[in-house]
Each structure stands twice: as structure tokens, then as C-alpha cells.
Design a protein around this ligand. Sequence first.
Ligand code: GLA
Ligand code: ZN
Length: 678
Amino acid sequence: MIKNAKIVYHGGDYNPDQWDEKTVEEDMRLFHKAEINFVVLPVFSWAKLEPEEGVYDFGWLDKLMDTFEKNNIKVGMATPTTAQPAWLSKKYPEVLPVDKQGRKRTHGMRVFFCVNSPKYRERAAAIAEQMAKRYAKHPALALWHVANEYGTFCYCPTCEAKFRTWLKEKYGTLDNLNEKWNTAFWGRTLYSFDEIMLPTELNDDYRFNPSVNLDYRRFMTDSTIACFENEAQILRKYNPDITIQTNISGHIENLDQFKMVKHMDIAAWDNYPKPSDDKSFIAYKHDLMRGLNNGESYMMQEQSPNQQNWQPYSKLKRPGELRMLSYQAIAHGSDTCSYFQLRQSVAGQEMFHGAVISHAGHENTRTFREVSRIGAELSRMGDTFLGGKRPAKVGIVFDWDNWWALEYAAAYCLPNKNFNYLKRISKYHKVLFERNIPLDIISVDADFCKYDVVLAPYLFMTKTGLAERIETFVKQGGTFLTTTMSGIVDEYNRAVFGEYPGKLKELLGIWVEEVDALPPEEKNKIVMDAPEGFTKEAYVCANHCDIIHTRGAEVLAHYGKDFYVNQPVVTKHTYGDGTAYYVGTEPEDAFLADIIGKICTEKGIAAPYRTTGNVELTERVNDKYKTVFALNYDKENAAFIELGTQTWKEMITGQEVSGRYEIAPYDVAVFRKEGSPD
Ligand code: GLA
Ligand code: ZN
């Protein structure tokens, strides 16, 4: 959680360097009205803070800091290093990145620097140090926010040289690298580390080689971490009691976020759902963020108070939608409710992006009223759920190396194109989400034995030791489920010889001979042999069809047609005291709902409270309280929750409640259990 935080931070990005003193004064009035207690700045002010190399102007920021302190507003202070000043790019062009097409970029965009540039790092460290010296002990400082939304990949000569060094450190010898990359294929044997190139579009051989790409992404993750640490180490030195973080953009694929977040005090992310996104998909990303933070609370750092300006159709947030999204975030583990941005800018790239204070400039707007309502409600909750974790018995495995490797494989049609790992895993998550079953998203390094059920769909890459840890989990009574496209490669992205799914095959009691790929218009069938607990006799399946042979596993279902008709498609294997399931295809949603539902029922795992209708239900538990969040998404009908005999305090109305409680249409209830959290 955020160190020293005593309340939920409600606020967001503020750019007062764009406004005169009178406007700032008026903003203080408006912030109080909306119960805004937190601002993030000066994210983009490097050019203003350092107008020339080594010449700093902090006067305006000093004044603002004092204003915030006087107004009881906490500051998430950003190092402004996401957007270097023009003089820096001009004087030291090496700081500018080279893109995948090999184009040297010119100054302009933000996050438009080479993370490996020594000059960039030197100047970023210098301004971070100036800020740390000045503000590390400032009473208004709540946390440090380093740069903003890292993620630019660079292909410049510095990166190329560093990539070679990184590979030398990783592989030790060229022989080892040649072996692991299997360079003998297509005659790509390397005789010197200097022959290694970056996977740009100038070099199709490297661009398309999955081994090179995989290592390049790992290298870029490490380079970005080093770039973050370049500043974080300085900030830490001046006051180790201040939380240091940065924000993860919604586009999370580029960098291995499990690795990144290990270097931060808390995970933080920017929640910009598409208007068409299902609420379960947003919940899934929240759960992923909590997972990155090892189950601890995280920050929703940004969301738009109203429409975004970069969607193809920038739909307004509907009345009540922002409030629902805000509660969804805190219900899933966020300790902040934070917006981009507080005041809408007068011009520039994001002048039409939603803001708490719109171009109208006053409080008489729908958005301002909704933000004020959220602010007032959160204030009433104080520290009720702060730092609260979410107890769960089901874990879903998620892994970036696996994601990358799978999608490179899919690009070469193993077995078919357009494989979207994020979306495919979300289907498994959605089943639990719809049943309000608590779950954690966990890394491949997690302690599986903490859970009763571990779902690891599409576990393509089994890194050293992983299969053995899964075996231990199952032997001790755990239930494990994996799917087609699992156990196929090792951490070097080399096929595991000796039958798919490689190291998982004994545990699963099967082996897979071939994987068929179906074009979108072709389907097959999952015909149930063991229909107990399933709602249908047969289900549709698509995309991938594994041709499976059992070796000890029980066949739960077989294929309905094609040359592998009657061969197994879903299996179950007893292993030690536990059970391992294999789903050899891409089933329709109803099948997933049934099989996961059945597994949970067998394990006695259910929603913690009974609800009716379309309610999202979560619990958070901290040292003081257990809190239950119930979000009724139905815009027309009320829903009910059964709270049992225990007395709860409903935190929005302040009522003491128990038993059956009615939640109005499109409304939220937050129940705090009085007494001990257990
Ligand atoms: C990102 C950035 C913000 C802003 C928003 C707009 O998340 O961090 O600075 O540009 O997008 O949606
Ligand atoms: Zn570079």
C-alpha cells in the first residue's frame, strides 16, 4: 500500500503550470467542493523546471506546494522525465529513440527518449536529485511518481551495443547463445557478439526470429527498469519513507510488468476502458494489477472523469458510470481513485479529453457533481478498506514471457493466427467473475499451494522448475487445469522434445500427438462422456484441436467429428491427492462455465455472499475491517444481497444493517463488518 496513507487518495493529474494564480486559487475552492485531496504533478514540466541545462526554476512549484499544504491536499510528485525539453533533444540527439522501422525520431512526442541513453539518464538523474533535495521532506508530499507510462522500444546504436552486452551476460559464451537460439537453422551461426543485430524491420531475419524477439523484449524490460531505478535510487536516498511508483498504461504487453513492479513500492495503472469493454474485462485488468503487487492493494492512477479523446468514438460516460468504475477499482484492491485530468486544458493534444473541471470552468456540470459525490462518499469511508487484501482460493496463472512466446508462435501459425493471450485468459477469469468467486492472478513464481485451484490456460512455456512445482501442488491435493498450447517450449523458446505437453504430460496422464487449426468458419464438438455437472451433452469448440492420447487420464469428453472423431478432448487425471484437467481445444463459453463451476463446487468454493441479479461482489480485508462491495449493474432493477445475521455498517448511508439488503438499480453498497475482520 502507499506508505503513510491514512485515507483514500481522490484526485489526479493537475497541470497548474498552465494556469495563472487566480485560476489555481479557484481550483482550490473547487477541489474542496469535490473533496479532492490528491494531485499528481508536474508530469510534463521538465522544460519549465529546467529551461537550460543545469539552470533550474523551482519557484513556481515551491509556491504551489505550499498552497497544497495549506489546503490539505497531498501531492504525488512526478519527476518530469517523460517529456524531455527541446534543448536536450537538440543538444544531445542521442537521447532520441530509433523506431522499429529504423527511423531516427525527432523531438516532440512524450516518452520519446532512449531508455538506454547515458545522456538522458544523466539529465534525468540530475533533475530528480534537484527535486528530491527540495521536496523529499515536504509535508505535502504523498509519493514519488517517476516519469509516466514507460514503454517506448528503441533500436538505436546504444541499444544495440547494450543488447549485445546483455546477451553476453545472459549466455556467457557464443556457443551457448548459438545453441539456445538454434542459429544453425537457416545458417545463422554467430561468430562474434558484434554480429548480433536488433530485431528491426531493416532486418527481417531478426525481426521474425522469435528467440531474438523474446530476448529483445526481456532486454527492454531490464533497460526500462534500469531507467526507472536511475531516478528511484536518488529519490529513495533522500527519504526512504516515501512510496515510489510509476503508472502502467492500459497497453501492458510490451514490458514484463511482474518484473517492473518488483522495483516499485506499489503497482499503479491507468484505466481507460473502451466504451464497448465488458465490465468483467475491466475487473480482470484490476485483478491483474493486484496480482502484480503480490495481492497487495494497488493504485488506479488515472481514469477519465468523462469521455476520452483518443477513442475512435469518444462516447460520454453515462450518468453514474464513473461512480461504478471508481467503486469497481477500489472493490478490486485500489487504494486511490484518481483522474486524468483535474482541469481541462485550453489547447493542445488533449484539449477535449474529459476533466473534472471542464472548459465550462465551474462546478455546475454533470461530471463535477458525480466526482463530488464520489469524493464525499470516499471521505466518509476514511481508512475502512485501506490496504485491504482479497482472500482467494483460486489462482489464474499469467506470464509475460509466455504471452510473448505464444504470440510469436501464433504469428507462425502454431496453430493459427490472431492468438490473443490477454483475451483468451480473460474468458477463464470471466467465469469466476460472473459467479463472484474470489480469485488472484498469479505469476509462474507464485506459491501455488496457497490455493485450492490453479488455472493455467495456454501455459505454452514451462520454465525450469515450474512443472515440478505444479506437480507438488497437485500431489498435495490441489486441482489444476491447463489447456491446449501448453508445455510446448522451455524458457529459451525451444520445443521440449518427447511429446507435448512436455513436462506436464505425466501430471496430466496424456500426450498430444498433433494440434489441428480450424479456420473461423469451421467448428468441432466436445461430446460429453462424463456429463455429470455439465448442462449440455455437447458443446461447440473452435480454433485449436489437440489430438490426445490418454496414459492414465479419464476421458471426460471426445471430439464429435473429423478424422479424430471419438478421440479425447477433455481429460481428468488423479495425481497424488489432487486432480489435473486438460482441455484440448477452445471451447464455447458455456463449457468453460460448466467445467470451472464444477471444479469450484467440488472444492467447496463459492461466492462469499448470495446475491440476486447482476451484482459484482468483492471483499477486502485489512487489519481493522472486512469490507464487502456490492455493485448492481442493472439500470432498471434492484438487486439483493444476503448479509446473514452479522451486523454491518453500510458506509454510504451510514445505516446498521443485516440480513437481506436491497441495492437500488445502478447503485453501490459498501458494507463494513463491525468488530474483528475475521
Ligand atoms: C495516459 C497518460 C496521460 C493522458 C491520458 C489520456 O494515460 O498518462 O498523461 O495522456 O493517457 O487518456
Ligand atoms: Zn536506444
